[in-house]
Design a protein. Structure first.
Length: 364
C-alpha cells in the first residue's frame, strides 16, 4: 500500500512524523503531490497553542499555503477543475462544507464548520491528509483548486494564496483602493509586502510602509515592489511623518499587518477623515485593545476586519504572479525539508537567534 509521510501536530508544541495510507480517489476527488508549502504565521500560533476562533481538533496536519502537482484525479473532478494528472496547481485555504448558511451563499471562507486545510479538520480519520506538511494532500470535491503555469516558480506558487490573494482581497476588494489614493501599510512582513503590490496595482498614488529599525531588508523589498516611502517608527513618529509626506492629507487607507495591537491604535491616527482602516492581522482572541473610539466617530473612519482570500481574489493573484511583473520569490528566505518542519516553525516564529525570515517554506 502506498503511503504519505506527514508531520502531525498532536498537541501544542508536539510535532511528530507519521505515515498515512493514501486515500482511494473517487470520480469527484483528487490527490496532490505537495511540492512546496508555506509556513503561515497562524501555523506558529497553532504550534504555540494561541487562542483562536474555535478549539483545535488535534491531531492536525498543518499547512495551508499549497503548491503541488496533480498525481491522481477523478473524471468529474478533472472537468470541474480543468486539471489533469501532471498539471501544477495551487489550492485555497478554505473550501467550506457546502451545507451551512454561509457556504450556500458562496461565502465558504466563513463556513460555520470552518472546513479549511491545515487547521480545523483532524487527521485522525481517513482520508487523513487535510494539511500540506505532508508528501500528499487529499482534494475533496469542494476543494478550490487552480491550475497554474508550468513556468511559475514554486515560491511564487505558494505566495499566490499565502499573501497575494489576501492582499488583493484586503486592499482592493474590501479596502476599495483606487487611482490616486494614498495607502499606508504598517508592517513590512510578507502580508505587508504583498499589500504594497496590491496597492500599486490598484493605482495608488503613494504607498508608504512603516516598520522597525531591524526591517531594513524588508524596507528594500518594499521599495522593489513599489513603495514610495518607508518610515522607521523607532526613529520617526509615523503620524508626524505621514502628515509631512501627504501634506497633511493623511491616508485614504491604512492596513495594519504588524500583529501588534499598537499598530491598530496608530492606524486610527494615520487615516484621513472618512478613510478606511483594514485589520487583517490576528492580535489574539484573548487580547483586548484600548482604542479611543471618539477618534473613529469624529473622523467617520471605517474600521474593517479582513480574513483570508477567496476565489475572486485568487484568480487575479494567479494572473499577476504568472506575469512575472514582481519578483515574488525574493520574499522566500528560508527552505526546510519535511522532517525539519518544527525548526521551520521556530524560525518563522522568530525563535532562532540570527535568523531574520520573511517567508519560510517546507519542501516535502
Ligand atoms: Zn495562513
Ligand atoms: Zn459551510
Amino acid at each position: 500500500m502506498k503511503t504519505s509521510r506527514a508531520i502531525v501536530l498532536e498537541a501544542p508544541g508536539k510535532m511528530v512524523l507519521k505515515e498515512f495510507p493514501l486515500p482511494a480517489i473517487g470520480p469527484e476527488e483528487g490527490l496532490l503531490k505537495v511540492e512546496m508549502v508555506g509556513v503561515c504565521g497562524s501555523d506558529v500560533g497553532m504550534y504555540r497553542g494561541k487562542a483562536t476562533r474555535a478549539p483545535r481538533p488535534y491531531p492536525i496536519i498543518m499547512g495551508h499555503e499549497i503548491f503541488g502537482t496533480i498525481v491522481e484525479i477523478g473524471e468529474e473532478a478533472s472537468k470541474r477543475w480543468n486539471l489533469k494528472e501532471g498539471d501544477r496547481a495551487i489550492v485555497e485555504y478554505a473550501f467550506g462544507c457546502g451545507e451551512c448558511y454561509d457556504c450556500k451563499q458562496g461565502k465558504y471562507i466563513h463556513c460555520e464548520a470552518m472546513f479549511t486545510y491545515g487547521s480545523m479538520i483532524s487527521c485522525k480519520d481517513p482520508p487523513h491528509l487535510w494539511g500540506a506538511y505532508s508528501e500528499y494532500l487529499y482534494l475533496p470535491p469542494r476543494a478550490m483548486v487552480h491550475k497554474v503555469s508550468d513556468h511559475l516558480p514554486p515560491e511564487a506558487g505558494v505566495l499566490i494564496c499565502a499573501v497575494l490573494g489576501n492582499a488583493i482581497r484586503w486592499v482592493q476588494m474590501i479596502g476599495g483602493v483606487s487611482q490616486g489614493d494614498i495607502v499606508v501599510i504598517q508592517g513590512p512582513g510578507q502580508q505587508g509586502l504583498a499589500g504594497v503590490i496590491a496597492a500599486r496595482e490598484a493605482g495608488a498614488k503613494k504607498v508608504i510602509v512603516t516598520g522597525m529599525t531591524r526591517d531594513q531588508i524588508r524596507f528594500e523589498l518594499a521599495k522593489t515592489f513599489g513603495a514610495d516611502e518607508v518610515v522607521d517608527i523607532e526613529k520617526d513618529d509615523p503620524v508626524a511623518r505621514v502628515r509631512e509626506i501627504t501634506g497633511g492629507r493623511m491616508a485614504d487607507l491604512v492596513m495594519d499587518v504588524t500583529g501588534n495591537p499598537k499598530g491598530a491604535i496608530t492606524a486610527i491616527d494615520l487615516v484621513k477623515k472618512k478613510g478606511t482602516v483594514i485589520l487583517p492581522g490576528l492580535y489574539g482572541m484573548d487580547r483586548e485593545i484600548p482604542l479611543v473610539l471618539d477618534k473613529i466617530v469624529y473622523k467617520e473612519v471605517r474600521v474593517q476586519g479582513a480574513f483570508s482570500h477567496d476565489f475572486r481574489s485568487v484568480l487575479p493573484a494567479i494572473r499577476l504572479a504568472e506575469s512575472g511583473k514582481y519578483p515574488l520569490e525574493k520574499m522566500v528566505t528560508h527552505r526546510f525539508p519535511l522532517k525539519e518542519a518544527e525548526k521551520a516553525i521556530r524560525v518563522a516564529g522568530g525563535e532562532i537567534e540570527g535568523e531574520d525570515p520573511i517567508k519560510v517554506v517546507i519542501i516535502p
